[in-house]
Design a protein around this ligand. Structure first.
Ligand SMILES: Cc1cc2nc3c(=O)[nH]c(=O)nc-3n(C[C@H](O)[C@H](O)[C@H](O)COP(=O)(O)OP(=O)(O)OC[C@H]3O[C@@H](n4cnc5c(N)ncnc54)[C@H](O)[C@@H]3O)c2cc1C
Length: 394
């Protein structure tokens, strides 16, 4: 296969930057264009709901020396159309021989005419930080990862925080109700008023209208109910969309020469035997290695054990694997305590683990999941034994 002469990357976030870096690292020295809707150079998002909100840092730039990559960076220029071998942006048209789609995701918004903030971009986070003053009444809609981290940072700044969640437990969408419930007590102990089973009807000028008819007054409302892949501009392009951009195990989309990586892409997971999309930093970091290799003539599969972390209420929470098809949840340690893990099994194979304050368990779980090891559930449940010692041999 001949190397492409012009490569265009759409989306200048972590995945887009990594695609550019990996192409150069693998020796591609042709034309390379990185197109971003935001006006900022690529930056990191995880600190936006953590250290940036608490005021410990102001800048999360990923690669201030981007010129060393010899990339033509076009910022503030959203791609609006893909037709054949041309990407059209708000400002120009770009021809490509290979195209990487890395447009990430955009927050879901709720109905209503009141001011509704979200937390996705550096601008969102910096503006939100300004308004998190002591005594301010903040209502966060959604007790997911972002809602929990925002509640943590806001209480540290003396803000009065209420979190409204439609489900029976925090993190229910990400972890299921049973595991999510184990995090509910963290809110109260941090002084956060967590209200479960609260469905929001609309955001109003001075607060939140609930489906029950109740009204909750607020100075600031942040909607944190999840994101959708940023793919609307691809309508009519021929690129198959299904829970984001559908890619195969090599991260190739339905259009030859077009690859997809990061939050916007679902890919065929050989490990889990289904099409999956993740909103994980680690995926945006590593998937571009595979896409770059394949653009340059390779045929490598991307088959990760997914990994995610969150820092909330003074705890390091880590998740590895994918529990979507799990049949059984095993607790390791007391979920009311400071350190514990939840382990998901399919049959007697470990498929996912959530650890709280147990980074070593996380690493050992990752290895067992990677190896497809069978585990002894009794040993797995015993926090006195190393997690790896639950593996059954033979
Ligand atoms: C506040 C916050 C905290 C997080 N914390 C964690 C964490 O603790 N752990 C973890 O594992 N993950 C975390 N994540 C998730 C992680 O940051 C994402 O998985 C990662 O940023 C995905 O990278 P990406 O490049 O695919 O998408 P993005 O980072 O969303 O980048 C995509 C870029 O493409 C641009 N774009 C969109 N449409 C177009 C278009 N049409 N044309 C041109 N450009 C376009 C966007 O403006 C954006 O800049 C967090 C995310 C957020 C928002």
């Amino acid at each position: 296969m001949t190397e492409p002469g012009k490569i265009v990357v759409v989306g200048a976030g972590l995945a887009g930057l990594r695609a550019a870096e990996e192409l150069r690292a693998r020796g591609y020295d042709g034309a390379l264009t990185l197109i971003g809707a935001e006006r900022r150079l690529p930056y990191d998002r995880p600190p936006l709901s953590k250290k940036l909100l608490t005021g410990d840092i102001d800048d999360t730039s990923l690669r201030p020396d981007i010129e060393s990559l010899a990339v033509d960076v076009r910022l503030g220029e959203p791609a609006v159309e893909l037709r054949g071998r041309i990407v059209r942006t708000s400002a120009a048209e770009y021809e490509w021989d290979a195209l990487v789609l890395a447009t990430g995701a955009v927050p879901v918004r709720l109905p209503g005419d009141g001011p509704q903030r979200v937390l996705r971009t550096a601008d969102d986070a910096l503006a939100l930080r300004e308004s998190l003053q002591p005594g301010v009444r903040l209502v966060i809609v959604g007790a997911g990862w972002i809602g929990a981290e925002l509640a943590t940072a806001a209480t540290a700044r003396g803000v009065v925080v209420t979190v409204l969640e439609a489900a029976n437990a925090p993190l229910a969408a990400a972890l299921g109700v049973e595991a999510g419930q184990a995090t509910a007590a963290w809110y109260a102990s941090a002084g956060v008023d967590l209200r479960l089973r609260q469905s929001v009807a609309a955001i109003r000028a001075d607060g939140v209208a609930l489906a029950s008819g109740d009204f909750l007054a607020a100075d600031v409302v942040v909607t944190a109910v999840g994101v959708r892949p940023a793919v609307s501009w691809l309508a009519g392009s021929g690129v198959r969309l299904e829970n984001g951009i559908a890619a195969d195990a090599q991260l190739r989309t339905s259009v030859p020469g077009v690859f997809a990586v990061g939050d916007c892409a679902s890919f065929w997971s050989r490990r889990y035997q289904r099409q999956l999309r993740f909103e994980h930093w680690d995926i945006a970091l590593h998937a571009p290695e595979v896409a770059a290799a394949n653009i340059l003539g390779g045929s490598t599969e991307y088959n990760p054990v997914p990994y995610f972390w969150s820092e909330q209420f003074g705890r390091m929470v880590q998740y590895v694997g994918w529990h979507g098809a799990a049949q059984r949840l095993i607790w390791r340690g007391d979920p009311a305590g400071a350190k514990w893990a939840a382990c998901w099994l399919v049959g007697d194979r470990l498929v996912a683990a959530l650890t709280v304050g147990l980074p070593r368990d996380l690493l050992q779980a990752r290895r067992l999941i990677e190896a497809g090891s069978r585990v002894d559930p009794g040993k797995l449940a015993d926090p006195g034994l190393a997690l790896r010692d639950s593996a059954m041999h033979g």
